[in-house]
Design a protein around this ligand. Structure first.
Ligand SMILES: Cc1cc2nc3c(=O)[nH]c(=O)nc-3n(C[C@H](O)[C@H](O)[C@H](O)COP(=O)(O)OP(=O)(O)OC[C@H]3O[C@@H](n4cnc5c(N)ncnc54)[C@H](O)[C@@H]3O)c2cc1C
Length: 475
């Protein structure tokens, strides 16, 4: 927290930039902004624990205003935590050292749709669903539909390297972002030109994608667009085990088919997600597929994929489970039935690995997490030709808060260690934030030093989102 003198000075100087109406010091706002969708932050608040609060929550309206606020913060050495939609799952927006929360929701304009190049220029605070619905009106899709589409905004997507449910076909946000405008911690505004590819040194744009507010503030982006497909077709296949399901997925990609959706639910997750609505053998997995494209292409891709699945021991369940998942994909989290009880807490470790390691990572993580008193259920989603991610979802219920938080940490420690041991990477799309920051050295090895050097060069006073991504941790 800032001392009263610095807080007053900061308020006066920042009010002169954004207007006093665009700063809040209300306790209610501070408490609401003290957590994001990181389950531990929510559970602690529910249990009545107080989390660190920001001193000021500032709402800039332009990149220029962002720049001037950062200049003041730098001069006064005040921590700045960017806030997008606040739906991140890793505690990235938590103002753990107080200071300023820079809420970017006023940067809410879709500046230009370029129909010739099929790109859209958009400000960081535009909510995902608003952009998708706007481009839909012109016959396009962004191809980026994370489950948090209604809650997160473009800056947050980019800052966390997020992944939509159709990333197998359209790619993740790092594939979809052609250009960026970023305000550096010292206040300079930089632009990376929006071009499909280039050969002018390293791709600096990628430095800021996934930087989680530790290297600067993303204020605008140019994103790719795709024509809305003529057809989107759903198909569901059950498998006797994870191995045969994964083999089918690997072989579908190997023949050159890129389904838009590929999600393999393990027996526990399949039972929870589908057994109430559909009949399939107990203990079986469920694979959901979707195919986007023109009618002819979709016919061919679907037919060949089903053939591969049947050859791998799958049983066809038509479009039912897959279509149902699609139609309910945004409402399944609200509210989370399994995490709202007394000292019950759950979370997801969204790891990623190549096919040669994926199954081992799954079994190793499941085993050690269950040993730590977790109920674990998983699905493999966001699959690609060379591998894919696993959502290792866990829940634990404990008699009191202290035991619950300690058990939660042990489950995470054990899960991430097993993932690393088996050659996986600890996040595919949720990021690092606070929840995974203690594991980042183990994840990155000696390359973590490169990240630290870049951080020190760009942010000499360490004001940008300290403590996140394992950077700028203070005593
Ligand atoms: C119900 C639910 C479903 C989800 N589904 C998915 C999913 O399908 N795929 C997926 O990838 N994620 C998913 N998430 C996680 C989360 O929504 C994503 O990580 C999302 O990208 C975060 O965006 P946000 O705007 O909410 O970011 P925030 O939570 O506001 O911020 C996330 C991080 O980015 C930083 N940041 C935010 N904006 C900026 C900016 N303009 N410049 C610099 N730094 C910034 C913040 O400081 C923080 O560190 C889900 C979350 C929930 C609650």
């Amino acid at each position: 927290m800032l001392d009263e003198k610095t807080k007053k000075k900061a308020f006066e100087r920042i009010a002169a930039i954004v207007g006093a109406d665009h700063i809040t010091r209300h306790k209610t706002d501070q408490i609401l902004n003290a957590h994001d969708a990181w389950p531990l932050s929510e559970a602690k608040l529910r249990a009545g624990e107080m989390l660190p609060l920001a001193d000021l929550i500032v709402f800039p309206g332009t990149a220029d205003e962002v720049s001037h606020v950062l200049i003041v913060a730098n001069e006064l050495k005040i921590p700045v935590t960017p806030v997008g939609g606040g739906a991140g799952t890793c505690g990235g927006t938590l103002p753990i050292y107080g200071g300023i929360q820079l809420d970017l929701k006023r940067l809410d304009k879709i500046t230009e749709i370029d129909h010739t190049s099929m790109v859209v220029r958009v400000q960081a605070g535009v909510v995902g669903i608003d952009l998708e619905e706007e481009v839909n009106r012109y016959g396009y899709t962004t191809g980026h539909t994370p489950t948090s589409l209604r809650a997160s905004n473009i800056g947050g997507f980019i800052a966390t390297r997020s992944g939509g449910s159709m990333s197998s076909l359209y790619g993740k946000i790092e594939d979809l972002t052609l250009g960026l405008q970023v305000v550096l911690p010292t206040g300079s505004i930089i632009e990376s030109k929006a071009v499909p590819r280039h050969s002018v040194g390293p791709d600096l744009r990628q430095l800021f994608i996934g930087s989680e507010g530790t290297l600067g503030i993303i204020t605008e982006a140019t994103l790719r667009l795709f024509p809305i497909p003529e057809e989107r077709r759903f198909r569901s296949i059950s498998f006797p085990d994870v191995h045969s399901g994964l083999e089918a997925i690997r072989k579908i990609f190997r023949v050159g088919i890129l389904p838009s959706v590929v999600r393999l639910y393990d027996p526990e997750d399949a039972a929870l997600s589908f057994s109430m609505h559909f009949e399939f053998e107990e203990g079986h997995c469920m694979l959901l597929l979707a195919f986007d494209g023109d009618l002819k292409k979709v016919d061919i891709d679907e037919k060949k994929s089903v053939q591969i699945c049947l050859e791998e021991g799958g049983s066809d369940h038509g479009e039912g489970p897959s279509k149902r998942w699609w139609e309910h994909r945004y409402d399944m989290y609200y509210p989370s039935r399994l995490t709202t009880g007394g000292y019950a807490i759950g979370d997801t470790i969204d790891i990623v690995a190549t096919y040669d390691k994926l199954e081992n990572v799954y079994h190793a993580m499941k085993e050690v997490m269950e040993e730590e008193d977790a109920i674990v259920m998983s699905h493999f989603s966001h699959m690609y030709p060379n591998g894919g991610s696993i959502y290792m979802i866990f829940f634990t219920s404990q008699p009191d808060a202290e035991t619950a938080w300690a058990t939660y940490k042990r489950i995470w420690d054990a899960g991430v260690a097993a993932c690393h041991r088996e050659g996986g990477t600890m996040s595919h799309q949720h990021g690092v934030g606070l929840s995974r920051s203690t594991y980042i050295e183990d994840e990155l090895g000696s390359s973590f030093n490169v990240l630290k050097t870049i951080k020190d060069a760009l942010d000499p006073n360490g004001i940008m989102n300290p403590g996140k991504l394992g950077l700028g941790v203070r005593e």
